[in-house]
Write a protein that binds this ligand. Structure first.
Ligand SMILES: [Zn+2]
Ligand SMILES: [Zn+2]
Length: 344
């Protein structure tokens, strides 16, 4: 089969590799669509501590079942499926709670196992048992289905935030993740959503997702603007959806009393930040992390996309065949689009 094999920083090649042999308990999926994630871009350009090349990247996968191994029940050949990335141990307290994303022995697809920038992807036995293949709801395209992975991560983050009707939400970062957060916040009834970015192009693309206020933070002081927009109260919820330490630090400066902050995603190189903890103390602020997502949240994401509650169409701006993956990664990095999809 054809696969895009990551060989190290800025090196990826289309190669003919062996099509995985399907053993007992495993399922082979023919990949129709695999979207590029920020992590793929970072890995390609900067490397990744948990990925040893040669390796096949790509974890936002939608396709159809091509082959089913012995002893697998509940799936049929040709069935349209979305892949859950997180494969847990199945035994620890987090796996028991359905939070595979927090399993200390997490073996993720496209990290531990080969990923979906290839014609086929093999779902390991552990994944099949844990329900890592979800049926794609009727009417949802393969391309749109890939959005369920990042969307499920946003759902995970927002479950901690409990956004309620009438609240003001600030989303820092107007990339695909920021746009999805904006849409979810709107669904939760946020009255005012302030979307901020340092790129004018990104802000322009972000206009289709229901924010009310757009701030280019290179041209305008975001903290001041948030104060103006909230009669000095600050925002009830702030979601930092960009890998900038300053953005995390700024969040404390514009949060309302009893506000909730999400640090969505990590900082490059495990950077540290300085925060005035007295703000957390006096204003009873909560700061939440969010990492990946669980099977339940993937299901929720698929339903939201199928029900057109999330504007999937506008989130996808580019499509490329597997052969053009280098170009696709460049586009994804440039910030000139939102989601970039590979169709192997
Ligand atoms: Zn992803
Ligand atoms: Zn576990």
């Amino acid at each position: 089969m054809k696969a895009a094999v990551y060989l190290g920083k800025e090196s990826i090649e289309i190669k003919e590799v062996e099509k995985p042999e399907v053993k007992r308990g495993e399922v082979l999926v023919k990949v129709h669509s695999c979207a590029i994630c920020g992590t793929d871009v970072r890995t390609y350009f900067h490397g990744h501590h948990a990925i040893n090349p040669p390796h096949i990247l790509g974890h936002e996968v939608a396709g159809e079942i091509a082959e089913i191994g012995e002893d697998v029940e509940g799936y049929k050949s040709g069935e349209r499926v979305h892949m859950v990335t997180e494969v847990g141990c199945g035994k620890c307290k987090f796996c028991m709670e359905g939070r595979q994303n927090l399993c200390p022995d997490l073996r993720a697809m496209a990290y531990y196992y080969p990923g979906g920038f290839a014609e086929y992807i093999l779902i390991p036995r552990e994944g099949v048992i844990q329900g890592n293949l979800l049926p794609i709801p009727y009417g949802l395209s393969f391309d749109e289905t890939t959005l369920a992975e990042p969307l499920s991560c946003c759902i995970n983050a927002q479950e901690y935030l409990n956004i309620t009707s009438g609240e003001t939400v600030v989303v820092v970062g107007a990339g695909p993740i920021g746009c999805m957060h904006t849409e979810l916040a709107r669904l939760s009834g946020a009255a005012k959503i302030i979307l901020a970015d340092i790129s004018e192009e990104r802000l322009e693309l972000g206009k289709k997702f229901g924010a009310n206020v757009f701030v280019n933070s290179t041209k305008e002081d975001l903290i001041e603007r948030v104060k103006d927009e909230t009669e000095n109260a600050g925002a009830d919820v702030i979601i930092v959806a960009c890998p900038a330490p300053q953005a995390q630090e700024q969040a404390l400066q514009m949060i309302a009393t009893r506000g909730r902050i999400s640090f969505f995603g990590g900082l490059p190189g495990g950077k540290t930040i300085v925060i005035e903890s007295n703000i957390i103390h006096y204003k009873e602020i909560s700061i939440f992390g969010a990492f990946a997502s669980s099977v339940r949240q993937y299901k929720q994401a698929l339903e939201l996309l199928a029900g057109k509650k999330i504007n999937g169409d506008d989130l996808i701006t580019h499509r490329f065949p597997l052969e053009k993956i280098k170009q696709a990664l460049e586009v994804a990095r440039s910030g000139k689009g939102l989601k970039v999809i590979i169709n192997p």
